[in-house]
Each structure stands twice: as structure tokens, then as C-alpha cells.
Design a protein around this ligand. Structure first.
Ligand SMILES: C[S@@+](CC[C@H](N)C(=O)[O-])C[C@H]1O[C@@H](n2cnc3c(N)ncnc32)[C@H](O)[C@@H]1O
Length: 284
């Protein structure tokens, strides 16, 4: 299979300086790109992912006793920290979704998914789906989600369209939802550089997986006294996420290093990296 390309990989390695027997927690294993590199430096990695499918892909790929897979939401970080009785050198968060999740059929994340509008990272432990939001939420609730989480300019008319369409027949897959959004943009001759449904899909994914609250709560968990000397590195991919990370660092670690952005070469080779921002801080 084609694995997700890890973003800012060398910059993460430079930030952590991994050595043999160092201990890291990768809170967002994905396809294991960053974890693999850390284990190749001889470091031990406790790897968390809420999505059991991705965790299995990474475990098979890394195939090393240095990698310890844990199927957990990173908001349970304290439980993992309490099980580790040695100093933890670094903790990584590479937020969002991996390319295989974004492209997969039957998960509901993709504009081309004609089978599902689910969007749960872990269907075994989560209840709310994007399908439920799209088919049952009131106009005001849809508008709020689209505006708050994606700054969608056309939240109101799009919510009206979605409600009209769902009255004809429930909206049960990503492709149909994407077409409703695209049709609106086309009918108004609004041009976009990316697919017009990108923002709405992102907003739904954020709500289904409670991404903003998870991030806020987990950043606070890194203030754990057991993490004295640990470097925390966070890669975010949209302005809402980055603002939360930036404000947290400003309030707690005013001398933290400057944010690192991908080079033009990385963006050319991997367009998914274009909005990435790496921020780090060291717990004193
Ligand atoms: C951008 S990908 C990570 C890619 C990875 N660094 C690599 O190189 O392959 C983000 C991963 O984080 C996982 N994830 C997102 N939110 C999570 C959470 N709250 N807890 C645990 N895993 C989460 C997703 O399932 C996804 O696999």
C-alpha cells in the first residue's frame, strides 16, 4: 500500500534528537512515518492512535519490538505516561488525518466515498456520525458548525440546500454531500482553488471526533510534573488548531522556539504539507 508521507519529518527529528534507548510517545501514529524514523534511531516509541485500522498498518510496517502500539485517544495521555517509569524524551502530535483515511472508501472522510458519511475515527467507541449531523441537525446548528469550525462563507445557503436535499432523501454518503456543495458553488459561479466541499468536510470531521476539545484538554495534560525535561512537538494543519497551540505556548512557554514551516521543496513534493506548522516547547 502507499503510506501517508510524514510531514516535517527531518524537522521533527532535529527537534527531538533521538538516540538509542530514548523514550518517545507518538500520540498520532497514523501510518507510522514519524514513529518508524524514531525507532530507526534506536528509540522506543509508545504509539497511540484512536483509529485501530491505522494502528495495525503502522504496527505491521514498523515491525519492531521498539514500537509499542496503544489504541487510545490521546486525551488519555496521562494513563500512558503513568505506565512509563523512565524519562520521556519527547511527545509528538501530528494532528488531523492521514492520506489513506482521507481517501478511503466506507469511512466517510472522502468527497468520493459513495458508501458512507461516517467520519468516526473509532466506530467501536464513538457514537455521533457526520451522517447524523447532516440529516438531523437544525439549520442554526449546521450554520454554526460550518462557520465556527471551517469559516465557510456560505454556511447559511449551504445549510438551506442540505436541508432541502435531505427532505427528498437522506444524505448517506460523502459523494452526495460533496455534490450538493459543489452544485451550490457552481450555480453561483463561485470559483475556488480547492474542492468547494473541503471546508464542510473538515468542519464535520472536527465535530464528530471532538478535535478541538481533545486538543485543548490534552495540551493541559502535558503540564504534568512527570514530564519535566520532555519536549512536546505539535504539527497542526488549520488555523483553528494552530491558534489553540500558539496561545497555549505563549501563555505557558514564552521562550519556546519559533514555529517551523515546510520548505517549498516539501510542499512541492507533498502538497498535503502546505498548511503544516510545527511548534514545540520543553517542559521545565
Ligand atoms: C496526520 S495522521 C499522522 C501521520 C503519521 N505521523 C505518519 O507519519 O504516518 C494523524 C493520525 O492521528 C490519529 N488521531 C487523530 N486524532 C486522534 C486522537 N484524538 N487520539 C489518537 N489518535 C488520533 C488519526 O487517526 C491519524 O491516524
Amino acid at each position: 500500500m502507499k503510506y501517508h508521507t510524514p510531514v516535517l519529518l527531518q524537522e521533527v527529528i532535529d527537534t527531538f534528537d533521538p538516540q538509542a534507548n530514548d523514550i518517545f510517545i507518538d500520540c498520532t501514529v497514523g501510518n507510522g512515518g514519524h514513529s518508524l524514523e524514531l525507532t530507526q534511531h534506536g528509540s522506543v516509541v509508545y504509539g497511540l492512535d484512536q483509529d485501530p485500522t491505522n494502528l495495525q498498518i503502522a504496527t505491521d510496517r514498523i515491525n519492531s519490538p521498539l514500537f509499542i502500539p496503544i489504541n487510545k485517544n490521546f486525551n488519555q495521555l496521562n494513563e500512558v505516561i503513568s505506565q512509563i517509569d523512565k524519562p520521556i524524551k519527547g511527545i509528538l502530535f501530528d494532528l488531523g488525518l492521514s492520506s489513506n483515511q482521507l481517501l478511503s472508501q466506507n469511512r466517510g472522510f472522502s468527497f468520493n466515498d459513495n458508501q458512507s458519511l461516517d467520519m468516526r475515527l473509532d466506530p467501536d467507541t464513538q457514537e455521533l456520525t457526520a451522517e447524523e449531523i447532516i440529516n438531523t441537525y437544525h439549520y442554526e446548528e449546521l450554520c454554526e458548525i460550518f462557520t465556527l469550525y471551517a469559516q465557510e462563507t456560505y454556511s447559511k445557503p449551504l445549510s438551506i440546500r442540505i436541508i432541502k436535499e435531505r427532505q427528498k432523501k437522506p444524505i448517506k454518503d460523502g459523494e452526495r454531500l460533496a455534490n450538493i456543495i459543489r452544485d451550490y458553488y457552481q450555480s453561483k459561479h463561485i470559483r475556488t482553488t480547492i474542492d468547494p466541499s473541503t471546508k464542510i468536510f473538515m468542519a464535520l470531521r472536527i465535530v464528530v471526533n471532538n478535535e478541538i476539545e481533545n486538543l485543548k484538554n490534552t495540551l493541559k495534560l502535558t503540564l504534568n510534573p512527570k514530564l519535566s525535561g520532555t519536549t512536546i512537538a505539535i504539527i497542526s494543519f488549520h488555523s483553528g488548531e494552530d491558534r489553540i497551540v500558539k496561545q497555549f505556548i505563549k501563555a505557558n512557554f514564552p521562550n519556546a522556539p519559533k514555529a517551523i514551516l515546510p520548505t517549498t521543496l516539501e510542499i512541492r513534493n507533498n502538497p498535503l504539507s502546505r498548511s503544516a506548522v510545527l511548534r514545540s516547547y520543553r517542559i521545565s
